[in-house]
Design a protein around this ligand. Sequence first.
Ligand SMILES: *[C@@H]1O[C@H](CO)[C@@H](O)[C@H](O)[C@H]1NC(C)=O
Ligand SMILES: *[C@@H]1O[C@H](CO)[C@@H](O)[C@H](O)[C@H]1NC(C)=O
Ligand SMILES: *[C@@H]1O[C@H](CO)[C@@H](O)[C@H](O)[C@H]1NC(C)=O
Ligand SMILES: *[C@@H]1O[C@H](CO)[C@@H](O)[C@H](O)[C@H]1NC(C)=O
Ligand SMILES: *[C@@H]1O[C@H](CO)[C@@H](O)[C@H](O)[C@H]1NC(C)=O
Length: 464
Amino acid sequence: MKNQVGGFSVVLFSGVVIFFIFILFFNDSRGVIYGGRRSFSRSNYNDDDSPTTVNHLAFGLQGSEKTYHFRRYYVESWWKPDKFRGYVYLDKPPQGNLLPWSKISPPYRVNDNISKLISELKPINPLMARMVHGISELFREEHQELRWLIMGDDDTVFFVDNLVEVLSKYDHTKYYYIGNPSEFVLSNFWFSFNQAFGGGGIVLSYPLAKALVDDMDRCLRKYSNLSADTMTMACIADLGVDLTVHKGLHQMDLRGDVSGFLSAHPKAPVLAFHHIDTVNPYFPKMTRANALKHLMKAGDVDQSRLFQQTICHDQKRNWSFSTAWGYSVNIYERIMPRSWLTIPIETFIGWHPDQKQQPRYMFNTRNPLGDPCETPHVFFFESIKKTSNGQILTRYSRSAPRNLTACPIGGNRSAEYISKIEVLSPATKRYEIDRSECCDVVRIDNTGNVKIKIRECRIGEVIA
Ligand SMILES: *[C@@H]1O[C@H](CO)[C@@H](O)[C@H](O)[C@H]1NC(C)=O
Ligand SMILES: *[C@@H]1O[C@H](CO)[C@@H](O)[C@H](O)[C@H]1NC(C)=O
Ligand SMILES: *[C@@H]1O[C@H](CO)[C@@H](O)[C@H](O)[C@H]1NC(C)=O
Ligand SMILES: *[C@@H]1O[C@H](CO)[C@@H](O)[C@H](O)[C@H]1NC(C)=O
Ligand SMILES: *[C@@H]1O[C@H](CO)[C@@H](O)[C@H](O)[C@H]1NC(C)=O
């Protein structure tokens, strides 16, 4: 879809938007209902002070009949039927291979037919109002015992254990609009630096969701010429509420190999990924869907550490190790401080590859450019198991030879022969990320195996 913004003809990337291109037909009233009812009991009310659980969260995933044929595998990688509340919203009833409706997908709903309102408002792009209206459609069905309403797309992957933990630290009886700007600077410039980008997730506390839904008619009448995520922000701003940023919600306005970005994940629990189709599979030599399933093997055991970056050094060999838990390990052949290794390597390109102007990203990047001292040996997550004393052992294996000579500054000690890395991490989850964890390189043997142990940092410990 093309949209004229600031003189640029840009592909509109707010992911929520794209799939509603296909909205042509609408059902009257409440749409079609398929899929089983949830079986959990709802004993908690949204205004009590019991701990927040997954039962208090409701998900609305904006999809389309056309895209869901292949995107269902992304959703099914993280969705737990009978445990999670929510729906996939489609533009029209599912057909062909989507029937019978998959039991491991969320139940679906067909979006309301709001063509009467559209014909009255005559917005430039009618899809936008229809998308924002989806918030009302979810709230209408799932407002009971609801604390958090969460909107995403059918190509959004949520990390729900982390969402529950993170959201339980906020007061759900207050007004919260939680999300994250885009990684790509121009996306924010074109739309807003203050909006939650919907593909990365829009999280609304119950009172805010209710206020927005009550105000929906005014909102659509006033702002229906804005793009959907900007419209949502504008309507919420008029209710006196501004964005609370959470860096674990990733719009992922990046393309290609995002391993450099994910190997230096922000020090915040990972909550959501978007744009699964525009980035390479998260692991080499796997399909996108299988790579997500593989990632969830680690995510199901300890989401709190997933992607968290832990750095340690082998002083004898002058090597640095950077682990992104459950995802990758990088080895550098010189000692590098944490301050440098937390900067992502620019393995990816921006949402607009032809936009060469700087700044491109909302963060700094590194460009090793074939320098053997700056280019890591890359290892990807292979397997996970619990040890007999409850600790967690993740294994990583080399993805490819590095094809560079050794780093002379570190003393020409090549790590090319390293093929496997084992990382031992504590049994307890770690949601208080006040500072990173530390680690020790326990063993490096001649056959190419490395053992690393993650632990709490000592008081005043310097990672450099
Ligand atoms: C939507 O409603 C309009 C009338 O408001 C009707 O003409 C149209 O056929 C409806 N579309 C669908 C797909 O039901
Ligand atoms: C949206 O823009 C169109 C074209 O400029 C205009 O006709 C319409 O009235 C606008 N709608 C709203 C709700 O501002
Ligand atoms: C090194 O070269 C091999 C053979 O050409 C290739 O398969 C591999 O991807 C290269 N490694 C890197 C890190 O580019
Ligand atoms: C490690 O690197 C430093 C410089 O970065 C160098 O002075 C030192 O000799 C190296 N140590 C070894 C064991 O090679
Ligand atoms: C590393 O190798 C380079 C090139 O082979 C050589 O010039 C340099 O002296 C070596 N450095 C060390 C510390 O051995």
